[in-house]
Design a protein around this ligand. Structure first.
Ligand SMILES: NC(=O)C1=CN([C@@H]2O[C@H](COP(=O)(O)OP(=O)(O)OC[C@H]3O[C@@H](n4cnc5c(N)ncnc54)[C@H](O)[C@@H]3O)[C@@H](O)[C@H]2O)C=CC1
Ligand SMILES: O=C(O)C(=O)Cc1ccc(O)cc1
Length: 366
């Protein structure tokens, strides 16, 4: 049976969901975005089947409505939706990075007999907007659902099987568990990344050369500081109490670390790093357990002007998308190591072939 999905907010996540869901030929995607450029682009490049002019009208045709807007905007729109005329069996969901406040807003919908199941795909990037949308974004990622405790099995199955086509792993958690766990692994790291960049900016005023020295480690740790500030403003506001607890734990940890350093006990310091390494090395970073998998390819490149744009040009010509690009080591002799990151193993394999076809540069996977 053909299903109509209405996606509100056609940025990185809404656009990627539209592309992912359209893999199922029985799904028709109608899209809406407050930004008319994003809306028209989504239609022009085939991310959506139809454009909605008025949200309220399009919503009436939908079997599933998905909010993929910044979380404060989602709550505002959920309150508006309460007065729209919808299909009786419609399921309303969202993609927001927070769940407590969203589920509180959903109580009004529930009281009116509208089914709302909270959702959060645990995949994404620091990029935003329709141009960054990719059909495979959710493959192998967890997709968390936060239903009301008494939600019907039938509705859960309907939503899970719709989302299943994105190849995400759909898992059910409570909104409270969700906001606690995502504070630890996603929201709090964002505060750390932003604060490290602020610290660099302050240092850089006194020592303007510092910025030039920001190498791989600093860049790896702070990539997410380049994300959409509006989206993160809303997330951190909604999850402020969990974040305040995380910040306190971090401050305590930093004081512990400061003492460890000042005591200068080499063995204790080594143990601190050794334990962190063990935990980090054991994180599920393979295809089965990846939250944000990145597939790196190392390329030995000769040091001549334009070599990087030459390689990215070959990749672009073969329509292979990259998520990140950096030089990890620039040797004083003739070669440097270029690290190109891909979102899928297939893209990386295609890149190996593409580079071999066009150049004599060695590529390897660490
Ligand atoms: N960026 C990421 O990596 C992830 C984001 N999320 C969540 O997904 C949601 C969307 O995030 P992104 O797609 O990254 O943001 P985005 O900035 O790429 O896209 C958001 C879109 O919503 C549109 N929009 C804003 N207000 C609107 C309104 N009132 N009506 C209609 N459209 C409106 C914007 O014009 C924009 O096109 C957020 O709630 C975010 O917390 C979830 C997982 C990952
Ligand atoms: O860029 C990254 O690694 C991210 O952390 C992306 C991300 C952002 C927000 C989410 O709610 C989930 C994933």
């Amino acid at each position: 049976m053909k299903q109509t999905v209405f996606i509100i907010g056609l940025g990185l996540i809404g656009g990627s969901l539209a592309l992912g869901l359209k893999r199922n030929n029985d799904v028709k995607v109608i899209g809406y975005d407050a930004n008319t450029h994003a809306l028209r682009t989504a239609k022009r490049i085939g991310v959506i089947d139809e454009m909605a002019v008025y949200m309220k009208d399009a919503a009436g045709f939908a079997d599933i409505i998905i909010f993929a807007t910044p979380v404060n905007e989602t709550i505002r729109l959920m309150n508006e939706l309460a007065s729209w005329k919808l299909k009786e069996q419609v399921i309303v969901t969202d993609t927001g990075s927070t769940k407590n406040e969203i589920m509180k807003a959903a109580v009004t919908l529930k009281e009116q007999g509208i089914t709302f199941i909270g959702g959060h795909p645990m995949a994404g990037s620091h990029k935003s907007g329709i141009e960054a949308a990719r059909a495979h974004l959710f493959e192998n990622a967890y997709y968390l659902l936060t239903p009301f405790p008494n939600e019907s099995k039938d509705n859960m199955n309907r939503l899970s099987s719709l989302l299943g086509v994105t190849k995400a792993k759909v898992v059910q958690v409570s909104a409270e568990e969700h906001d606690h766990m995502t504070a630890v692994v996603s929201h709090f790291p964002h505060l750390v990344a932003a604060s490290l960049v602020h610290q660099l900016a302050v240092e850089n005023e006194q020592f303007p050369f510092t910025k030039q020295l920001a190498a791989g480690g600093f860049r790896d740790l702070t990539r997410i500081a380049s994300s959409n500030p509006i989206m993160w403003r809303d997330i951190t506001l909604q999850n402020r109490y969990e974040l305040s607890n995380q910040l306190q734990a971090w401050i305590d940890e930093m004081i512990k670390l400061q003492n460890l350093l000042l005591q200068s006990d080499a063995e204790d310091i080594e143990t601190y790093f050794r334990t962190a390494k063990k935990v980090r090395d054991e994180l599920p970073i393979n295809e089965q357990g990846a939250m944000f998998a990145v597939y790196d390819l190392y390329v030995d490149v000769p040091d001549y002007p334009g070599v990087i744009s030459e390689i990215t040009g070959y990749l672009a010509k073969d329509r292979i998308s990259i998520t990140n690009l950096r030089i990890v080591e620039t040797r004083v002799d003739v070669f440097g190591i270029l690290v190109i990151s891909f979102q899928t193993m297939e893209d990386r394999a295609k890149a190996v072939e593409c580079i071999a076809k066009n150049t004599t540069f060695e590529t390897y996977i660490s």
